[in-house]
Design a protein around this ligand. Structure first.
Ligand code: COA
Ligand code: ZN
Length: 300
């Protein structure tokens, strides 16, 4: 069976939606448990305005410590603009997810720009920061919290804009968990066909309990890079009605048992999720964290 790259986004998407500040020490402990479970790709923080997301005000510290501790892992961060890109690069992070929403209304709410303005800024980033390894995160690909459905043509146009700037790595984000498997198949198949040299990943929220089926639908169409968050934490504070991401420990359980190769120890990842659940007051939506430990061990 195929190899699947799991990108753990709990320390970014999960933490950003938690109201109380999570002590940096606890964040680092959770990241460590994720790394010990064998996850090789971790989005550890975001370099955003502390006024927009106060939770991420320790981004530099988290980045500095993690880069020293895990020199062989792929550590990434989300950035919304040139300033965030420069801050992330100065902190030593090279792998950057630059977020632009397909939907104009959500891009305005999220980063206070039109998508067109954000693409102009992306052009400046490409020109000025050659050392950045950029992934374009296309938020609201499958639906917008303000305007509803997003037609495939609008997504194709956004991918085209990124493509024309030289971007060959993109994430299709279901920011508010609006997609269903038939839509995921239609969008993913069309994009893979139209842009065969772009590496697409998916990032799917579980608002309507479809995170797992939608992620699996994407994999069965040929996607090999999937994002998920520990404990099913997550959500965008600027997308009303959104809830957590697909839970990474539940997703890894499914993929490992189906025979996909994730390289992740599902029991250790579940322990990491339990630790997060014990130490953070957030909207956990993972299923296995609610099962008694002796019952989950039976299926390891
Ligand atoms: N990191 C930290 N500070 C930043 C910043 C960044 N990436 N980008 C801008 N700032 C600061 C500016 O220096 C300025 O500071 P000052 O008031 O002390 O001079 C202030 O923020 C306003 O700058 P401006 O460019 O006008 O930003 P804005 O108010 O239009 O906000 C964003 C735009 C993108 C910075 C803000 O909306 C943001 O950080 N959004 C992140 C949203 C997010 O993370 N969503 C969840 C993930 S999808
Ligand atoms: Zn998200």
């Amino acid at each position: 069976m195929e190899e699947i790259k799991l990108v753990e986004v709990g320390p970014r998407d999960g933490f950003q939606n938690v109201c109380d500040f999570i002590p940096t020490e606890i964040k680092l402990n959770i990241i460590d448990k994720i790394a010990q479970a064998g996850v090789r790709n971790i989005m550890i923080t975001s370099f955003v305005s502390p006024r927009a997301i106060p939770q991420m005000r320790d981004a530099r510290e988290v980045a500095g410590i993690c880069l020293e501790r895990y020199p062989r892992l792929h550590l990434s961060a989300l950035v919304p603009n040139l300033r965030g890109t420069q801050d992330a690069l100065a902190a030593g992070i090279r792998e950057l997810a630059i977020v632009i929403s397909v939907s104009e209304a959500h891009n305005r709410a999220n980063v206070n720009r039109t998508p067109a303005e954000s693409f102009v800024e992306l052009g400046h980033i490409v020109d000025n920061c050659p050392e950045a390894q950029i992934t374009l995160d296309l938020a609201t690909t499958f639906g917008c919290p303000f305007t509803g459905q997003i037609p495939l043509e609008q997504v194709q146009a956004a991918v085209h804009q990124g493509y024309d700037l030289g971007i060959r790595s993109m994430t299709l984000c279901d920011t508010i968990g609006a997609a269903h498997p038939a839509q995921v198949r239609r969008y993913v198949q069309a994009l893979l066909e139209q842009f065969p040299d772009v590496e697409f990943g998916v990032h799917i929220h579980d608002t309507r309990n479809m995170g797992m089926v939608n992620t699996l639908a994407a994999i069965e169409c040929g996607i090999t890079s999937v994002q998920a968050a520990l404990g099913g934490l997550g959500g965008c504070p600027f997308a009303p009605g959104a809830s957590g991401n697909t839970s990474s420990e539940d997703l890894v359980y499914m993929l490992n048992h189906m025979g996909y190769r994730t390289g992740v120890d599902e029991q250790k990842l579940l322990e990491a999720a339990r630790y997060a659940h014990e130490h953070i007051k957030g909207n956990f939506s993972g299923h296995q964290i609610q099962i008694a430990p002796d019952k989950t061990e039976l299926f390891s």
